[in-house]
Design a protein. Structure first.
Length: 458
């Protein structure tokens, strides 16, 4: 059996792994590479394998950096099966159609070819994609030689880490491991203890997050400070999970009178659509969330909340005087409506930008974070202009949907006796290096940090 790394190797985005056994080829994830632009030019390069030879793709979760090149794979000849959890299939359709729209805009703006169209998305999801329940082993491949089981990763609703068995070996692909316990979906599942190899998310492999309890406290403090200053609280948020988590926490803060009632805008058509799908998967919520819903509380609604679906509705936000809260995408400030709000309010020293998620190298969000560290006024380039940043820029790791170093180490620990090797993926080298060392020191397990295109015989 051979494993080759074609994405998320010494980087966070573009997850794509090729697993070969007995002449059969399957992929685990096929994601978009993301950075300073949504349409990174590497996404347009030919795949380093023949898509026609891939018999199946296993999807860990619907985020675009794990699914975003699947329609291109289909466009280039893939006609096998795609497998994910049932919610992940539904979310993937919405996210891929939204991605197609952004890619189309970028194609026109940057004179790029079309990566894929609506037809590829609809044919792929409608004719080739199967939803699978957690803990239900399935056989995939033309001869069924790969046995696959999905377990909850606690990252987003429907996210998975995947156990694949072949040739008498057991491999776990972690996907994105959640910062557990997460609002709404609760705890991720434990790592099986009888695993030979593991590919593990290293996004925050060198860090320790603030305690989860600080999520709500920071949000409460930021709203109170913004109200006192008479400014605007801007929160660039991923449309899936982060926006719903924020709504969940805001609902409690508002309804228990812990924050002043100010207008709160969800200015993201994608987040609004995804929130409606969330409501359909009540059975995947944790016990605490189910209890709240049964009490009659609508967890995604509260006084002062306004969903702005259309462009016209979005523009009316400008007419609402501060103080106010604006939650919009994209989460890395590399696209979407958040850019217009940042352009308007970043020069305002009374306003605050609260960063609640990972910011890829080269993204505007990362530039804002790096600029903040300078400790003096700085500018960023937006819409061809230099925009002065005088607003307060704050980031909090407790809002991250990725496990930190202690959680990653604890998750691996039950399997340390049998584990032959751990592969660190989905992280920058600055995060991977300390994680590699502590795994070797504390668990006495061999660790590899694979390079792009490197292959390993298992």
């Amino acid at each position: 059996m051979r494993l080759t790394f074609y994405g998320a190797a010494k980087m966070v985005t573009g997850s794509n792994y090729l697993l070969e056994s007995g002449g059969e080829k399957i992929l685990i994830d096929c994601g978009l590479r993301q950075g300073s632009n949504y349409s990174e030019r590497q996404n347009f390069e030919p795949f380093p394998y023949n898509p026609k030879e891939i018999s199946a793709v296993v999807v860990t979760h619907p985020h675009i950096d794990h699914t975003g090149r699947l329609p291109k794979l289909y466009k280039d000849g893939f006609r096998g099966r795609v497998y994910s959890t049932i919610p992940a299939k539904d979310f993937s359709k919405i996210l891929l159609l939204d991605s197609e729209h952004v890619l189309m805009q970028d194609a026109d703006k940057f004179k790029l070819p079309f990566l894929y169209g609506i037809r590829e998305v609809e044919e792929l999801i409608g004719g080739h994609w199967e939803g699978v329940e957690y803990h239900t082993p399935i056989k995939i491949g033309s001869r069924g030689q790969f046995n696959v089981t999905f377990y909850s990763a606690g990252h987003v609703l429907g996210s998975s880490f995947v156990l694949i068995e072949a040739e008498g070996k057991r491999l776990v692909f972690s996907g994105d491991l959640g910062n557990s316990p997460a609002p709404i979906i609760g705890k991720r599942e434990e790592m099986p203890d009888d695993v030979d190899y593991c590919l593990i998310d290293s996004t925050y492999g060198g860090r320790v997050h603030e305690p989860a309890a600080e999520r709500k406290e920071v949000l409460e403090d930021m709203i109170e400070d913004t109200v006192k200053a008479g400014g605007v609280l801007m929160i660039p948020a991923f449309a899936m999970e982060r926006t719903q988590d924020l709504l969940y926490e805001l609902n409690e803060l508002v309804e228990h009178g812990r924050v002043p009632r100010v207008p709160v805008f969800i200015d993201s058509p994608l987040a609004i659509k995804l929130t409606e799908v969330y409501k359909q998967y009540y059975q995947y919520f944790d016990a605490e969330t189910k209890k709240i819903i049964k009490s009659g509380d609508a967890i995604f609604n509260f006084p002062g909340l306004k969903m702005t679906m259309t462009t016209e509705e979005s523009k009316t936000i400008n007419d609402v005087p501060p103080p106010k809260v604006i939650i919009a995408g994209a989460g890395m400030s590399n696209a979407g409506r958040i850019l217009h709000h940042e352009r308007r309010y970043l020069p305002d020293p009374k306003s605050t930008l609260l960063i609640v998620g990972y910011q890829a190298a080269g993204s505007l969000g990362r530039k804002l974070l790096d600029g903040k560290k300078l400790g003096k006024p700085f500018d960023v380039k937006m819409f061809g202009e230099n925009i002065p940043v005088r607003a307060n820029v704050k980031a909090i790791g407790a809002w991250s949907a990725h496990a930190d170093q202690p959680q990653l180490l604890g998750w691996l620990k039950p399997a340390r006796e049998r584990l032959k090797k751990v592969f660190l993926v989905h992280g920058e080298i600055e995060e991977m290096t300390p994680l590699s060392q502590i795994i070797k020191d504390d668990l006495a397990v061999n660790v590899e940090i694979p390079a792009e295109g490197s292959g390993y015989d298992l």
